[in-house]
Design a protein around this ligand. Structure first.
Ligand code: AMP
Length: 486
């Protein structure tokens, strides 16, 4: 269905732009042709294809080629530390590693430059697609609580179910073949909500490059010239955009819909957006990487107070609230949010079960989120574990702690969020040292070798003895109180 839709656009409107970044434009004709050439090569192999790159026009070509060839793509961000990239590579064990653009990480990953593989004007083989919807479409790595990144497998059926669901949301469908702005890096699953629904509808994706996002004037310039009708982003990104009054209707006269997902959306953000952009549709969507990006959404413009994260009736899969024992709870009773149905992924690479299971023969994923369904709306009430969302990034404090505990000098470590109200403003590391505390700069330099920037604690605190709770475990609540009072 997804491939057929893109093939149709390539046939009927080959000159229409499918993908744009700051300097490149790729039409549907070029996207299809290049992906077909690459797919012909990829068909000779099996297993995942690791694809390293930022927002180069080659990235969607590689993804589409994998889709055509029936091989899962595994996008990785070249800005991640090499050690982390190598961990991902070793877990996924890809038969092919491709790189788009010029990145230092390519050599460490032993990647082959992708562009020369599809830029040749080879005659096109007749399009034949790997039809099995149960095969994996993509693999995506997220933070893992045990210290190593965790790889999620998403089948084609889940991706197609997601695309069909998202394209069916009236506020998304209204943008039709217009321009959709992509913020998320391709190594994060929010990017799935940019690319594939836009491609399915024959729209244009304007991908914001990391350098454009790091510089406010460049960002406004990119947005202003995009002609965007839809913006897909995290609430953190919207807050960044809103910090200057230039982010308003004059900058984006055609903006109709903002699709938020990935973290708590503050009512204040919605109010400011409404004030600056009259008539905007603001969708708050919810879902984890493990269930193909998002499973439900609800329009929240005009709402007061805490915001719902979705509507059960038009969700991409069934939403349930479970008790401790895994039994469904009635309307109004808080419990763990679970997702049952076609959105649910095939599991983790390596086979760890995590929250994956079944319910009456359907695939089930227990999210670890606390929530409640009330009158058909889903409300997110926080996490049941320690997972943190910071600037939209998913972080398991355990992964940062494991990195610190890998040092001979550290005896115990706890990593906690620094909060301002409901918002996470960064991470704090509390360390019980075996030796004299290491220099801050040394701590940061060591972590930088294995963790991405957003996972680096910005506050460090040495403790002679970690506080322990009544169960003899590190008392995280006491530490969080201590940090709050500082
Ligand atoms: P990720 O796998 O990075 O997409 O992160 C999934 C997690 O992000 C969920 O399990 C939630 O904890 C959180 N999340 C996603 N969407 C929302 C939302 N709309 N509001 C609050 N938290 C959200």
């Amino acid at each position: 269905m997804l491939l057929e839709a893109i093939a149709r656009h390539a046939r009927q409107t080959p000159a229409r732009p499918a993908y744009q970044n700051r300097t490149q434009t790729l039409t549907y004709g070029e996207l299809w042709r290049s992906a077909s050439v690459l797919a012909a090569r990829l068909r000779a192999g099996t297993g995942p294809v690791l694809i390293c790159g930022e927002k180069e026009a080659g990235m969607p070509v590689c993804f589409l080629a994998c889709l055509m060839a029936g091989r899962p793509w595994l996008p990785v961000d070249p800005q991640q530390p090499q050690e982390r990239l190598l961990k991902i590579r070793s877990q996924a064990d890809p038969a092919e590693v491709l790189c788009c653009g010029s990145h230092a990480a390519a050599a460490a990953l032993r990647a082959v430059q992708a562009e020369p593989l599809f830029c040749k004007s080879e005659a096109l083989a007749p399009a034949q697609f790997a039809a099995d919807p149960g095969r994996d479409a993509y693999w995506m790595f997220t933070s893992g609580s045990t210290g190593a990144p965790k790889g999620v497998r998403i089948p084609l059926s889940a991706l197609e179910n997601f695309v069909e669901w998202m394209c069916g949301l009236p506020a998304v469908a209204a943008c039709g073949t217009g321009v959709s702005v992509n913020q998320a890096r391709f190594s994060f699953d929010l990017s799935v909500a940019d690319l594939w629904p836009a491609f399915a509808m024959g729209g244009t994706v304007r991908a914001l490059e990391p350098a454009e996002q790091a510089d406010l004037p460049a960002l406004y310039e990119a947005l202003g010239s995009s002609g965007a009708r839809r913006l897909v982003c995290t609430p953190s990104f919207a807050r960044l955009c809103l910090c200057d009054t230039a982010f308003c209707r004059t900058l984006l006269p055609d903006l109709e819909t903002v699709f938020f997902c990935g973290e708590t959306l503050a009512p204040r953000t919605v109010k400011t957006l409404e004030k600056r952009f009259g008539g905007l549709h603001i969708l708050n969507a919810y879902g984890p990487t493990e269930a193909a990006c998002a499973v439900c959404a609800v329009e929240v413009q005009g709402r007061e107070g805490p915001l719902p994260v979705g509507c059960a009736e038009n969700a991409a899969s069934r939403l349930l609230i479970l008790d401790e024992g895994g039994a469904p709870l009635p309307d109004g009773a808080p419990g763990e949010i679970a997702i049952a149905g076609p959105s649910v992924g095939s599991g983790y690479i390596g086979g760890e079960a995590g929250g994956f299971g079944t319910l009456s023969g359907q695939k089930l994923y227990r999210t670890g989120d606390q929530g409640v369904l009330r009158d058909g709306l889903l409300w997110h009430l926080g996490r049941r574990d320690r997972q943190i969302k910071y600037k939209g990034y998913r972080i398991e404090p355990g992964e940062v702690e494991a990195a610190i505990l890998g040092w001979d000098e550290a005896r115990a470590a706890a990593v906690l969020p620094i909060r301002a109200g409901d918002e996470v403003r960064g991470l704090a590391a509390v360390v019980e040292w075996e030796t004299a505390p290491l220099d801050l700069s040394e701590c940061k330099a060591r972590l930088r070798r294995t963790l991405p920037d957003y996972m680096l604690p910005r506050r460090w605190r040495a403790m002679e003895r970690m506080p322990v709770n009544e169960r003899g475990k590190c008392d995280l609540a006491a530490l969080e109180r201590m940090l709050k009072d500082e």
